[in-house]
Design a protein around this ligand. Structure first.
Ligand SMILES: Cc1cc2nc3c(=O)[nH]c(=O)nc-3n(C[C@H](O)[C@H](O)[C@H](O)COP(=O)(O)OP(=O)(O)OC[C@H]3O[C@@H](n4cnc5c(N)ncnc54)[C@H](O)[C@@H]3O)c2cc1C
Length: 436
């Protein structure tokens, strides 16, 4: 096979966005490889009624390429349900709808190859060699978009799989849940969706749900205008230029901007608890346990004994459950297939890539050989990075960097907020030098 300009590894929303943005760009020869047999977006968390936490206009292309045929609205029109969709007036789009849109793009876009697990990427000093089970590809550039593996806390690693599983395997495992008491551990959106589902009486035999979280409370995603400024190219540029030491601290203060539960899910949980307690509706009791940092789980016969430290008074408390669901999020690691390149890559404190503002991994290789990485730059580039919000902009940036041309005009108006004096050439901004 001839040498390619780009091999994309993984086809989730992020590399799908890149593939869609590359559609029609002349003289870029690419292929995108995916291990699944067809496109699927977090299928094991596709519970009934779950909603997108982002506007549908933040789709694969629209932010930078609104006339692309791969937009959400183009999909809607193609499905002949645009007016019905408008009349339905969803406050938030069903995730199932957005997943169907993504699959429609993946089914129709050229240059995507499913059933292709990438096993190894090597570099011969000039080009990358990408090996799958079936064949190998030679390419000048890579775009890695393999998502993140589930984070399993150390205390959960030895527990039997039928008694303890991660939310990323929820739908496959929920029907197998045996036991009356289920503990959900983790206070983000996935945990909230599972708690809502279980309290709603959707799993036979469950009588009690314990929801443990080390967070101060079960708090909503902050979706207000100035917080949403974090998800703009203007803020992304400012963040990328900050000193490393400051980024981590700043990001921890922005947690609820990207990592809270949807208000609608929290309201629904509260109402389920109310109905259960006061109106004798529903048969699943709920026990909400914030401020609990789980540090040990011991199995005693069929019972799982959970030890957690209470952040309010530092007491160690114990809770019994029959099964655990880990809503403990995802981690950023270097994929196995990158092992041959490990010694050439600059690796950050988290053990993952260091990325520059063009989403290129920093590495000891020729400057015209790029390893673009998506969904691995939260620490270097900010909280927008693992979210859908700016994927169309990021893909456009990658296309520009890959081609060395302004395929997409990414000029922006000055941000509404003056994050640093002089942001966006605004008149009147003055840079004041701090006294040493
Ligand atoms: C349940 C859930 C809901 C979310 N909802 C929202 C939301 O509403 N709004 C928002 O902004 N963000 C949301 N996110 C966060 C983020 O948008 C998603 O995680 C998104 O799917 C990330 O896209 P991705 O392409 O990086 O990774 P993924 O979607 O994980 O896709 C990666 C793909 O790479 C493939 N792959 C992995 N290894 C290989 C290999 N070796 N060879 C070939 N293929 C491989 C995988 O099979 C997979 O298909 C959500 C996350 C979750 C978990």
């Amino acid at each position: 096979m001839d040498k390619l300009d780009l091999v994309g590894i993984g086809i989730g929303p992020f590399n799908l966005s890149l593939a869609a943005q590359l559609d029609g760009v002349a003289d870029v020869f690419s292929i995108f490889l995916e291990q699944r047999s067809e496109f699927a977006w977090h299928p094991d968390m596709m519970l009934p009624g779950v909603e997108l936490q982002t506007s549908f206009l933040k789709d694969l292309v629209t932010l930078t390429n609104p006339t692309s045929k791969w937009s959400f609205l183009s999909y809607m029109v193609g499905q002949k349900r645009m007016l019905d969709f408008m009349n339905a007036d969803f406050a938030a789009v069903p995730r199932r709808e957005f997943a169907a849109y993504l699959k429609w793009v993946a089914d129709h876009l050229e240059g995507l190859a499913f059933d292709n697990v990438v096993r190894e990427v090597a570099f011969d000093g000039q080009d990358f060699k990408v090996r799958t089970d079936h064949t190998s590809y030679v390419t000048s550039n890579l775009a890695i978009g393999v998502g993140k593996p589930a984070f399993i806390p150390a205390w959960a690693r030895q527990l039997p799989k039928h008694k303890c599983f991660h939310t990323s395997q929820a739908k496959s495992n929920l029907p197998k849940l045996r036991g009356k008491r289920i503990a959900v551990i983790g206070g983000g959106q996935s945990g909230a969706e599972l708690v809502e589902y279980l309290l709603g009486g959707n799993v036979k035999g469950v009588e009690e749900v314990l929801w443990l979280s080390r967070r101060d409370n079960f708090e909503p995603l902050d979706d207000t205008p100035f917080v949403n400024e974090y998800f703009t190219p203007g803020y992304a540029d400012v963040f990328a230029g900050l000193p490393d030491a400051y980024k981590q601290d700043l990001m921890s203060r922005q947690k609820l901007a990207s990592d809270g539960a949807s208000l609608s899910t929290l309201k629904s949980i509260y109402q389920l608890l109310y109905r259960q307690r006061y109106l004798q509706e529903g048969h699943v009791a709920g026990r909400l346990l914030p401020q609990r940092e789980v540090f040990q789980v011991q199995q005693d016969g069929e019972t799982m004994r959970i030890a957690a430290r209470n952040g309010l008074n530092q007491d160690v408390e114990f809770f019994d459950a029959d099964a655990l669901i880990l809503a403990t999020g995802y981690e950023t690691t270097l994929p196995e297939f990158m092992a041959p390149l490990r010694s050439l890559l600059e690796v950050g404190a988290s053990g993952a890539y260091r990325l520059d503002a063009e989403f290129r991994a920093q590495w000891d290789g020729p400057s015209d050989r790029n390893i673009f990485v998506q969904n691995a730059g939260r620490i270097d580039l900010g909280i927008f990075e693992p979210q859908l919000s700016l994927m169309a902009w990021r893909s456009a940036k990658i296309v520009n960097a890959l081609t060395g041309k302004n395929v997409f005009n990414l000029d922006q108006n000055p941000p509404i907020v003056d994050w640093v004096a002089g942001t966006g050439d605004r008149a009147g901004g003055a840079v004041v030098q701090a006294w040493g």
